[in-house]
Design a protein around this ligand. Structure first.
Ligand code: DGT
Ligand code: CA
Ligand code: CA
Ligand code: ZN
Length: 590
């Protein structure tokens, strides 16, 4: 966390506490200031060292806030904030993580019931105490109770998109150490799950100590949690990083074991048992000549678990092959039929990041993006894509500010896209991200939609509607004759809001019927559709599109999150619309 992020978080806490104690206007000022401190290019500690005036140069940061920032950087605390914390000793972040619970609610519930934590909130709701508080009712209490599990999980798990860059940094740092022979991520992050509990790393080396030391000395590690002989754990960017060190000839078995999931490992181990083999983190062993059937059980020490004759374990692929299976891509290891498919030689050839030939959902400064049509298209060309599609927001409810395009603006954008395309090496198509309203209608007229090369249709509002309404809405949108891609189908934001919960089977059946592709939105806050949704779509024969929804050139690099999510849904390159050539794409759009 940079100091700018740290100060911004503090100002936001200040805003929440002020709001909870009933102060008006000021909270908004603190939140705006926080946002600008976070985005500010220069390090805040440098400005604070120059004094209040330098801090107040930041947009929206007034003198009063600037003096508090200086106070914090100089003394490590802000007196007024400490007083507020004492007055209202609540776990603000934990409580406001519950959808429908804002700082004001936290303030009222603390005053009336003394609620300070998520557990206390749950207990009060279960006891029916919340509906007795003035301004609250039975419905609010029920909503709070419904939303607590989601909030609790969100507090415990990190988004893949936040954890993966930390894991990548650790990987390249460790790969550069002399004593390290091999290093890999394992656990849920290697399976590209959309949220992860911790980052697991595996190193192959004959040494132990220098590697434990290397991890605890890692400049990005904020704290050491544990430093043993064969393993170590640190905290980095708020996430736990677990490292295990194994002998090089046991690396494959350990990688297989620590990648999980537990359910996948159970299924694979049972397959070993059927063959009179024993699989553990040290290798795959032939135990047919071992007398004592209990030898090397899970409770035995490491040496005793290396029992019988070892038949595999140096490479992970070798372990699977010795069990008469094709190697299983990590994304599939959830015990959802992959063990049977691998044994039958029927695993799909999954889509790969290199298969993508263009992005079908991107924004420019015509709506809420930050870059011109030409800048975005050139960035796509630089990434080796064969074509680029511009899909700015059409006007509609839920579209930020006034940034959506009306029919006239869409028409003028067509000319601008054609003009920009002249300065770009790849074809640039003109699309739109149309807005699916609560009923499944569109705010943009049919004639305008018909004239576009491609229409992505996405929900942006009414994301709390019930399952039946959500299903009707998405099915209608998918069947609209001019819609080509259903964008971020549920509208979920990982760890923030669950989004729509439609009948997925019904939506994908409609998509197959209408020849509409289902998007995997690769924005790491979304990953929507998720793996399960993709699996249903692929099984029904629907087409998938993996799009970044980029609002800036560097966001085009998020494509990998979408591809791995599609892989979690068993998608092959042939299932993916933007893995096709321009001609292939055009014939789908006809
Ligand atoms: P997470 O971190 O909650 O997102 O999920 P994972 O899958 O990364 O789980 P984690 O970090 O607890 O352990 C990593 C993998 O190691 C896990 O997928 C399976 C394997 N593993 C760890 N401990 C055990 C164990 O006691 N028994 C078995 N069968 N497998 C284990
Ligand atoms: Ca893990
Ligand atoms: Ca772990
Ligand atoms: Zn978009």
């Amino acid at each position: 966390m940079s100091r700018n992020d740290e100060v911004a978080a503090l100002l936001e806490e200040f805003a929440d506490l002020l709001e909870a104690t009933g102060v008006e206007y000021k909270p908004t000022a603190y939140r705006r200031a926080a946002e600008n401190v976070r985005e500010h290019a220069a390090p805040i500690e440098g400005l604070a060292a120059e004094g209040e005036d330098a801090v107040a140069e930041i947009d929206r940061v007034g003198d009063a806030i600037a003096s508090k920032v200086v106070e914090y950087v100089e003394t490590g605390e802000i007196e007024e904030l400490e007083e507020l914390r004492e007055e209202l000793p609540v776990d603000m972040a934990g409580l406001t993580a519950v959808e429908g619970v804002g700082p004001k609610t936290v303030g009222s519930l603390y005053e009336a019931l003394g609620v300070t934590t998520l557990d206390e909130l749950e207990a009060a709701a279960e006891a029916g105490e919340i509906q007795e508080v003035s301004g609250f009712g039975a419905k609010t209490e029920e909503n709070i109770l419904d939303n607590i599990p989601f909030a609790r999980e969100a507090r415990e798990r990190t988004r893949l998109g936040d954890a993966r860059p930390v894991a990548d940094a650790a990987l390249s740092y460790l790969a550069d150490r002399d004593a390290v022979e091999l290093v890999e991520v394992c656990g849920s992050i290697r399976r590209w799950k959309d949220t992860i509990g911790d980052i697991d790393l595996l190193v192959a080396s004959d040494a132990r100590e220098p590697i434990v030391e290397a991890l605890t000395d890692w400049p990005e590690a904020d704290a050491t949690i544990e430093a043993g002989t064969g393993k170590a754990s640190v905290r980095a960017s708020g996430t736990r990083v677990d490292l295990r060190i194994v002998d090089p000839d046991e690396f494959g078995a350990a990688l297989q074991y620590f990648t999980g999931s537990r359910a996948h490992n159970v299924a694979v181990r049972n397959r070993a048992i059927d063959r009179d083999l024993k699989l553990n983190e040290y290798g795959l062993f032939d135990i047919s000549d071992v007398d004592d059937a209990d030898a090397g059980g899970d409770d035995a020490d490491a040496d005793a678990r290396r029992v019988g004759e070892r038949v595999a374990g140096e490479t992970e692929a070798g372990v699977y092959e010795a069990l008469d299976m094709d190697p299983v891509p990590p994304e599939l290891r959830e015990d959802n039929g992959e063990v049977e498919a691998a044994a039958a030689g029927e695993l799909p050839l999954l889509v790969d990041p290199d298969d993508l030939r263009g992005d079908l959902h991107t924004h420019t400064d015509w709506s809420d993006g930050g870059f011109s049509i030409a800048e975005m298209a050139r960035a796509a060309a630089e990434r080796g894509y064969d074509y680029h599609v511009v899909t700015d927001h059409a006007a509609g409810p839920g579209i930020f500010g006034n940034t959506g395009l009306d029919e006239d603006e869409i028409e003028s954008q067509a000319a601008a896209v054609a003009e920009a395309a002249e300065s770009v090496d790849i074809p640039v198509l003109h699309g739109i991200e149309a807005n699916i309203d609560a009923d499944g209608d569109f705010s943009t007229d049919d004639e305008t939609l018909a004239a576009l090369d491609l229409v992505v249709a996405s929900p942006h509002s009414a994301l709390g509607q019930d399952a039946e309404a959500a299903t009707d809405r998405l099915v209608r949108a998918v069947k609209h004759p001019h819609v080509d891609v259903l964008g971020h189908p549920t509208g979920r934001l990982i760890n923030e809001r669950p989004g729509l919960e439609p009948d997925v089977e019904a939506v994908v059946a409609a998509a197959v019927d209408a020849d509409t592709a289902i998007e995997v939105n690769a924005n790491p806050a979304r990953l929507d559709a998720d793996g399960e949704f993709v699996r249903a779509a692929v099984e029904a024969g629907a087409t998938i599109a993996v799009n970044t929804d980029a609002h800036a050139p560097r966001e085009l690099d998020n494509a990998r999150y979408g591809v791995h999510t599609a892989r979690r849904g068993w998608a092959a390159a042939a299932d993916v619309l933007n893995a096709r050539s321009l001609n292939g794409l055009r014939s789908f759009l006809l």
